[in-house]
Design a protein around this ligand. Structure first.
Ligand code: PPS
Length: 568
């Protein structure tokens, strides 16, 4: 029996033969290299996950979506799905033109027939869609600082799916899931959306939701893009697989969704509902603070904890999916079981561990009780989030030429190697310039390239559990901040300002460069004829005037100890 709600949904792909032909023809078109977020969006456009969208939004659809969550024809759609490009690319594109959309390896995935090209009002988009033009919101930050200035819209012709090498068997298109439900005869399916590892409270919540709706359960985690700083999807999927055993096999399944979340709270919940409907589900769990981005720049939550439930309820009929609302689940010690927070028996002790507290315990290698999570999940998390003393990190020395950066860095390296445990790499300014940046000079542009190269190598070392010690001049605040961001995605970044005054550096003049700079024989010399922006908030500042190197290196060691990065 084919249930009406499980009939195949329209996709945007052409047949295999047409795709081969199109691919060849598309080779001559102007091509746009899709960003990771655009690849996620394109995949769901092409496979029907974003049905009824037929491509990236036109300007009229965009206006409607931003203003009142509706496409120009009145259909409910809460999230702008737009193709943002830079001005340079947009210059050469006019409505009426086709462009090839390529993945990051250059493979052509689709053709966009451009109908619209416009400059969006990003401040308005931020206010209307995300509730505030506040950079503390990750999607607003993305909108202003990552997305291009121009939007292109138009229908998409799908050539091939983006390639995934990971967890292939766990990824399903809407039609694959619909076929699976049809095959098993599932008529009622409740979906659970998540971007976090599943702990006992979630298992309890999903279990109850399925029971309440008398439905089968689809665990539908997002593996595309989630909130910056979330546990990576590789670890999460291993955690989900460990928890899956806890559910009755005949009524529960899991599938991975390559969605790029926006963390838009209420609007996002409505969007999630529509996407899940396209995947064939009948019910959707909306819990506390659904797709919440956290606090705004004033330290206040962007959305109320149950705003998403309210908005979803308002549009429930149009979405075509029934909401299963859930309160926050907490553990009641006396009863040794989970209760919704508003149903806790009087006088009982409530136990809960917040996400922040969990991260702290993981970071510091502290106990995570069994009532909170499953041992397999905790051990997976410990494998990828080892205690800080086992994680990689970067010590980034910055300061004038001759300030003593390299000398302290060398001493620090030896001390850390003596302690053992982690590999240590020294990326000294001079050494880097010889091996990595030999073609570069000392203009601002070249110095920035140089520092970003150092940052990239240090971030790889940090990611892989090593210690990177960098010792360039790095005179610009913005570049140092960019490097910090690169590294903090993987581990700690410890900025050490070697604050030896210029007079002292010049009087030492160990390489004779200051003399040449004063004579004008070296141009753009930091501190003499080129700027050095003093770090405002380094983790540590040391002045080497009249102090021996050993003492300075020891100060760094103490700092690393106090940050929990090394154990005495
Ligand atoms: S930067 O600004 O961070 O890219 O500089 P860095 O890669 O650390 O290179 C600094 C070393 O190059 C020598 N040198 C100069 N420094 C500053 N300004 C100019 N114009 C310049 N020309 C050559 C200098 O020896 C620096 O080494 P350190 O170890 O800092 O003394």
């Amino acid at each position: 029996m084919t249930l009406p709600n499980l009939a195949p949904i329209p996709e945007l792909y052409v047949s295999h033969e047409s795709a081969q032909k199109l691919k060849i023809e598309a080779g001559n078109l102007p091509s746009w290299d899709l960003t990771p977020r655009q690849i996620c969006d394109l995949e769901l456009l092409m496979n029907g996950g974003f049905f009824p969208l037929k491509g990236f939004l036109s300007e009229a659809d965009y206006d409607g979506v931003v203003d009142n969550m509706r496409l120009a024809d009145g259909t409910l759609w809460p999230m702008p799905i737009t193709l943002d490009v830079n001005e340079k690319f947009a210059e050469g594109i006019a409505p009426g033109q086709d462009i090839a959309l390529r993945d990051q390896e250059g493979v052509i995935l689709a053709i966009l027939s451009v109908t619209d090209k416009w400059v969006p009002n990003k401040a308005k988009e931020a206010e209307k869609v995300f509730g505030a033009d506040d950079l503390a919101h990750p999607a607003v930050n993305y909108l202003h600082n990552t997305a291009g200035k121009i939007y292109l819209g138009g229908p998409v012709t799908g050539i091939q799916q983006p390639v995934h090498y990971d967890f292939k068997a766990r990824r399903d298109t809407p039609n694959e899931l619909r076929a699976y439900f049809r095959k098993l005869g599932w008529q009622k399916i409740v979906a659970f959306q998540t971007r976090n590892p599943l702990h006992r409270a979630h298992q309890e919540l999903t279990f109850r939701a399925a029971r309440e709706a008398q439905a089968n359960l689809l665990i539908h985690p997002v593996v595309g893009m989630t909130k910056p700083g979330d546990v990576d999807h590789f670890t999460r999927v291993r955690c989900y697989e460990a928890v899956l055993d806890q559910y009755p096999q005949s009524t529960t399944t899991m599938s991975l969704l390559n969605l790029a979340m926006r963390m838009a709270g209420p609007r996002e919940a409505v969007w999630h509902g529509l996407i899940r409907k396209n995947h064939g589900v009948t019910h959707f769990i909306v819990g506390r603070d659904h797709a919440g981005p956290g606090k705004n720049s004033q330290g206040v939550d962007f959305y109320g904890p149950y705003d998403a439930q309210t908005l979803f309820k308002q549009y429930e009929e149009e979405i075509g999916v029934t909401m299963v609302d859930f309160k926050h689940m907490v553990y009641v010690a006396e009863k040794a079981q989970y209760y919704p927070a508003n149903e806790v028996p009087e006088g009982c002790t409530v136990l809960d561990i917040s996400g922040t507290e969990l991260r702290r315990r993981l970071r510091e290698g502290l106990d995570i009780p069994e009532w909170f999570s499953f041992p397999q999940v905790v051990s997976e998390l410990r494998r990828t989030s080892p205690a800080r003393a086992k994680q990689g990190f970067t010590v980034f020395f910055t300061g004038l030429s001759g300030s003593g950066k390299s000398t302290i860095a060398n001493a620090l390296m030896v001390k850390l190697m003596e302690m053992g445990g982690r590999p240590v790499t020294l990326l000294d300014g001079d050494v880097v310039r010889k091996h990595l940046s030999s073609e570069l000079g000392f203009s601002k542009e070249h110095r920035d390239i140089n520092i970003k190269r150092i940052g990239y190598v240090a971030s790889e070392i940090t990611k892989n559990g090593g210690i990177a010690i960098c010792a360039p001049i790095a005179p610009y605040t913005a570049t140092r901040r960019a490097v910090r961001e690169m590294i903090e995605a993987y581990g700690a970044f410890v900025e050490v300002h070697v604050a030896t005054p210029i007079e002292e550096c010049e009087s030492r003049d160990r390489k004779g460069l200051y003399k040449l700079a004063r004579e004008g024989k070296i141009k753009e010399f930091t501190g003499i004829s080129d700027p050095y922006e003093v770090p405002a908030n380094p983790e540590l500042a040391v002045d080497t005037t009249g102090v021996d190197v050993d003492h300075c290196a020891h100060q760094v060691i103490l700092k690393l100890e106090s940050m929990g990065l090394i154990k005495a």
